[in-house]
Ligand binder design. Structure first.
Ligand code: SAM
Length: 237
């Protein structure tokens, strides 16, 4: 285990991470900034990593937070972080695929849907993901599966926070989000400079040529665009 400092919302917070743990990124910060939780809400943090977004939800007033991650030691790592920040009594972590480890009857007011979402070969080259695995060949397959499974894990009127970006097949993800949810509202839009090793990568060039990844030139550099969406499940009529 090693220590990292979360400098986003409610930070600075010291977090433990292992060699298997995804370290919170700019996207984590964007999601944290727009996270709205009401007193007593039930929250599911799918793809929870260190547990940071769920910990913030607990600190904002959630009564119960469930975190799930595919990382092999997520229960140990995220529970240590929840304990260190005084919210372990509200939080429970599971290791496994998307929502499948959760008890059948768990439904949430808010789902934080920040699962891996860059193309697998960029995940392998960027070093951002310890597993070196991303969200599928187009960076969209895992988020799309998450969205299809999320509907039944949300209460009526519940909301899912969805980060997307131009480093993945964003339109494919948004098409699925529109088919599952009643409404989709964009909360954030941020231009992010492309890190040097990726900018030179052959895989990235192939993904751009295939129209999957979209970059914008800024002087001698490239930027990509990240967004966070709020997807709402319809209320009964
Ligand atoms: C972009 S990271 C975000 C982590 C965390 N939300 C944060 O902000 O730091 C995506 C996370 O999804 C997890 N993940 C990948 N595939 C998954 C799956 N099939 N089920 C659950 N989690 C998964 C990864 O291990 C990783 O921790």
């Amino acid at each position: 285990m090693h220590s990292i400092t979360w400098k986003g919302r409610l930070g600075p917070l010291e977090l433990q991470a292992s060699n298997h743990t995804f370290e919170p990124s700019t996207i984590s910060q964007l999601v944290a900034n727009v996270l709205e939780v009401e007193e007593g809400d039930v929250v599911i943090d799918v793809g929870c990593g260190t547990g940071i977004l769920g910990i913030i939800a607990a600190k904002l007033g959630a009564s119960r937070v469930y975190g799930i991650d595919a990382s092999p030691d997520v229960v140990e790592v995220a529970t240590a972080n929840a304990t260190a920040h005084g919210v372990a009594d509200k939080m429970q972590f599971f290791q496994g695929d998307l929502f499948s480890p959760l008890p059948e009857d768990v439904v949430a007011d808010v789902i934080i849907g920040d699962v891996s979402g860059i193309p697998d070969n960029l995940a392998a080259e960027s070093g951002w993901f310890p597993s070196r695995v991303g969200g599928g060949p187009r960076g969209a397959e895992l988020p799309m599966r998450m969205l299809r499974e999320a509907g039944r894990r949300l209460k009526e009127g519940g909301r899912l926070l969805l980060p997307t970006g131009t480093l993945q097949d964003e339109n494919a993800i948004l098409d699925v989000a529109r088919s599952v949810f009643a409404s989709l509202k964009q909360l954030t839009d941020r231009m992010i400079p492309l890190a040097a090793p990726l900018a030179e990568s052959k895989s990235l060039r192939e993904l751009v040529d295939a129209g999957i990844v979209k970059l914008t030139a800024r002087g001698s550099r490239f930027v990509w665009e990240a967004r966070v969406w709020e997807c709402e499940k319809p209320q009964p009529v």
